[in-house]
Design a protein around this ligand. Structure first.
Ligand SMILES: NC(=O)N[C@@H](CC(=O)O)C(=O)O
Ligand SMILES: [Zn+2]
Ligand SMILES: [Zn+2]
Length: 427
């Protein structure tokens, strides 16, 4: 069956084109991109994308799928459906499952299961160390040969610098990036929220900017030394942005991501007792948020990734101190990007497509992120003007843990297409 997407504003970072055009998809690929495509075959599925952005399918470098072992939070199937609803056609699963994805068998389990049950493409990230214990290296080479697209210790930092240097050198040889969660274990202690006004007001331990900054500095130096491609996960501080800018100027191979919650909310938005405002790194100050937004605008920050971190209701029902860190993000990311960045003039629609698709594809070396003729038809259709209210009951994710519940956002995913098949269509 052929698919014709008509009258959309086609935004293609691959050839820097932003024009109203039609796209024809056949056998899972884009076969025509023209001002007006006339097709009169009966066997044709037509989507009218008038008034919509037609972008290369979004690619999320940072997702927690929770399977194996934590299926009460999320499964591969539900997480992938949430991705489809959010306009993501490829997601990268972090390895902090139970057990941790630190060997070939476990990696194969996720990839095989994803083939069977996932509505979107699933890539797997391998752990850096065995069981993420920080003591001995995982089978990095084996996992990369079996398809791992990157390595990461996400959830924590590798505190042993000698071990991390070895892992980075290996990753460099294998030509995969290291996705770095930057948090000094000793400095963070029992921190819960950003250290300052809010942590004092709510009488919980604080997490200073230094907790992140010190490890960002360290990891950039390690990347300089090992020449590995370093990708900094969920950057939250103004000094992270400064350091990334400096590192890039020096030719160090660093890229950086910002999560929608970190550019949409500050610590002042935290509602007492609502653990849906608790995530790692924490919501920072207005100054940090402004630096992140300008970092995105000035293309210092390359990627928007969700850090989709579903938790069960009973876990998030604990106190601010005891509840787990993390919020879901797949089903609100595109709308937050439109509402907070595109509408407010920080990003052009082209930059949005770069940060949600083209750049993440580059980070992990995927031949995706463009809408050029001949490429795989992974496509996202989004209406930038439509307003909707976040209703967690409608989420495909098992995780309902979001601070954006009940919020009115602009920008609605109308259709998500994977390998030429429509995997999500807004009613
Ligand atoms: N971000 C979070 O607050 N939580 C993540 C771990 C992580 O991304 O560091 C999780 O796995 O729940
Ligand atoms: Zn992390
Ligand atoms: Zn994470």
């Amino acid at each position: 069956m052929k698919l014709l997407i008509k009258n959309g504003r086609v935004i293609d970072p691959g050839c820097k084109q932003d024009e109203v055009m039609d796209l024809l998809v056949e056998n899972g690929r884009i076969v025509k991109k023209e001002t007006q495509i006339k097709e009169c075959e009966k066997e044709l599925n037509v989507i009218d994308a008038k008034g919509c952005f037609v972008m290369p399918g979004f690619i999320d470098l940072h997702v927690h799928l929770r399977e194996p072992g934590l299926e009460h939070k999320e499964t591969i199937a539900t997480g992938a459906r949430a991705a489809a609803r959010g306009g993501f056609t490829t997601i990268c699963a972090m390895p902090n499952t139970k057990p941790v994805i630190d060997n070939v068998d476990r990696l194969r389990f996720v990839l095989n299961k994803s083939e069977q049950v996932a509505a979107v493409h699933v890539c797997q990230v391998g752990a850096v160390t065995v069981s993420q214990m920080g003591e001995e290296l995982a089978d990095i080479e084996g996992m990369v040969k079996a398809g791992a697209v990157a390595i990461s210790e996400d959830g924590k930092s590798v505190m042993n610098v000698r071990l991390y240097e070895e892992a980075m050198s290996l990753a460099q040889t294998l030509d995969i990036p290291v996705l770095a969660h930057c948090e000094d274990k000793n400095l963070v202690g029992a921190g819960v929220l950003n250290k300052g006004k809010k942590s004092e007001e709510l009488r919980v331990d604080g997490i200073s900017n230094l907790v992140e900054d010190i490890i960002v500095a360290r990891d950039i130096m390690l990347a300089k030394e090992t020449k590995v491609k370093l990708h900094l996960c969920h950057c939250s501080t103004k000094d992270s942005v400064l350091m990334v800018e400096e590192a890039k100027k020096k030719g160090i191979l660093v890229t950086a991501e910002v999560c929608p919650h970190h550019f949409s909310l500050t610590e002042d938005d935290i509602v007492e007792g609502d653990t849906n405002y608790k995530m790692n790194p924490p919501l920072r100050t207005k100054e940090d948020v402004e630096a992140l937004k300008l970092g995105l605008k000035n293309n210092i920050m390359d990627v928007i990734a969700t850090d989709h971190a579903p938790h069960h209701k009973s876990e998030k029902a604990l106190s601010m101190k005891d509840a787990p860190f993390g919020i879901v993000g797949l089903e609100t990311a595109a709308a937050l990007t439109i509402t907070e960045l595109v509408e407010k003039g920080y990003l052009t629609p082209m930059q949005m497509a770069e940060k949600l698709s083209f750049n993440p594809a580059k980070v992990i070396g995927l031949d995706k992120g463009t809408l050029e003729v001949g490429k795989t038809a992974d496509i996202t259709i989004l209406n930038p003007d439509r307003e909707w209210t976040v209703d967690t009951e409608e989420f495909a994710s098992l995780g309902k843990n979001t601070p954006f519940a009940g919020k009115k956002l602009r920008g609605q995913i109308m259709a998500t297409i994977v390998d030429g098949e429509v995997v999500y269509r807004h009613k």
